[in-house]
Write a protein that binds this ligand. Structure first.
Ligand SMILES: Nc1nc2c(c(=O)[nH]1)N[C@H]1C(S)=C(S)[C@@H](COP(=O)(O)O)O[C@H]1N2
Ligand SMILES: [Mo]
Length: 372
């Protein structure tokens, strides 16, 4: 069955121009040039679902409850109004990126959605700090992790949640971590978790639970759906393809590697006879700031430093621009490479191979031609 027949026209109309992945769950990503304007508009924002979507009539904001329970002194059941009126409302500009972004560049290929480099976007998120809710509930000394729940179900077994991930308690208590109800000045859109979602800047998108209705404070690492085994985990040692997996080697991904993406010009560009070309895009990383971006117009033989826009939002992506000169007529390959403040640069080839194909932050290349 082709992907276009799997999903309703209404659903696809919410993501016009995006590539719908051939999967039973609704997953879509933009071509990089659709990410050229900041913040990322809802229409261009990738969407990642692990299971069925909740029915819209299950998502009534007036009756929605967010339960906070587990290792707390006073379990809470909060309405959306309680959140809006009882807690400080804050804004965070942050990149949301799937741990599988770039997976299609992994050799040999792994299971999992074959994302290009478009499974990332940067938005302004509005909500309350998760730590304020946890403090209101009174976190016990036994708390080590949160577990997050939502009504979407597994495709193969409707009795099982699609996904239930959580955060180490330190990240749950971090200033930047939100329970969000707004995106880019409007309400959180349906596909992005209306009415509530976790915003966990720097963590992979899997930690950003959508349609959030429960925060279960745990006395151990959360073991909900897609938290265990090799799901959203990287091995702490080198694995070669085909090697048997030892689950003890796998640790939860809690940070995203440095990455950049060329959003202009678009792949397949054709310019008349020009000798100079402006290359622009965005660079970001998880918890370590981006230090520099370089651009190459000769496939990586020589590099020039790009100008990096300064910004005060530590988890937002940063615009880079570079003008490459001395171009000859013919095919041209543009490459961008970001380096973080710890000196880690994007690999030219691919990130270390891992069984699930996570965190491939290899450089992005755009191909075009110059001349008549
Ligand atoms: N309830 C729920 N939350 C979820 C998911 C999901 O399938 N169900 N997918 C997670 C993953 S893997 C990612 S990458 C992000 C994607 O967020 P988006 O669809 O808003 O882009 O949501 C996360 N939160
Ligand atoms: Mo993801």
């Amino acid at each position: 069955m082709s992907s276009t027949h799997r999903h309703s026209a209404e659903l696809m109309a919410l993501k016009p121009g995006l590539r719908i992945h051939d999967d039973a769950a609704f997953n879509a990503e933009p071509a990089p040039h659709l990410l050229d304007s900041h913040p990322t508009a809802e229409a261009s924002f990738f969407v990642r679902n692990n299971g069925t979507l909740p029915e819209t009539d299950e998502l009534t904001p007036s009756s929605w409850r967010l339960v906070v329970d587990g290792e707390v002194e006073r379990p809470l059941s909060l309405s959306i109004d309680d959140l809006r009126t009882g807690f400080d409302i804050v804004h965070v500009v942050a990149v949301l990126e799937c741990a599988g972004n770039g997976r299609s560049g992994i050799e040999p290929p792994t299971d999992g959605l074959q994302w290009g480099v478009g499974a990332a976007g940067c938005a302004r998120w509005t909500g309350v700090r998760l730590r304020d809710l946890l403090r209101a509930a009174g976190v016990k000394a036994t708390a080590v992790y949160t577990g997050h729940e939502s009504p979407d179900r597994s495709l193969s077994n409707p009795g099982v949640p699609a996904i239930s991930r959580g955060l180490p308690i330190a990240k749950a208590m971090a200033e930047e971590t939100l329970v969000a109800f707004g995106m880019n000045g409007g309400p959180l859109p349906y596909l992005h978790g209306f009415p509530l979602r976790i915003v966990a800047p720097g963590f992979p998108g899997s930690a950003w639970q959508k349609w959030l209705n429960r925060i279960w404070v745990r006395d151990r690492e959360h073991d909900g759906a897609r938290m265990t085994g090799t799901d959203y985990r990287l091995p702490n040692r080198t694995y070669v393809p085909g090697e048997p997996l030892r689950h003890d080697d796998f640790e939860v991904i809690t940070d995203l590697p440095v990455r950049s993406m060329i959003t202009s010009p678009a792949d397949g560009f054709h310019h008349g006879q020009v000798s100079a070309l402006t290359v622009a895009g965005f660079a970001w990383a998880g918890h370590t700031p981006v230090a520099k971006v370089e651009v190459s117009a000769d496939g990586g033989a020589s590099w020039i430093d790009a100008a990096l826009e300064t910004q005060n939002e530590p988890f937002a992506w940063r615009r880079f621009t570079a003008t490459v000169t001395g171009l000859a007529d013919g095919p041209v390959v543009l490459t961008a490479r970001a380096t973080d403040a710890a000196g880690r640069a994007q690999p030219l080839d691919q990130a270390p191979w891992n069984p699930r194909g996570y965190c491939n932050n290899a450089v992005h290349r755009v191909h075009g031609t110059i001349g008549r």
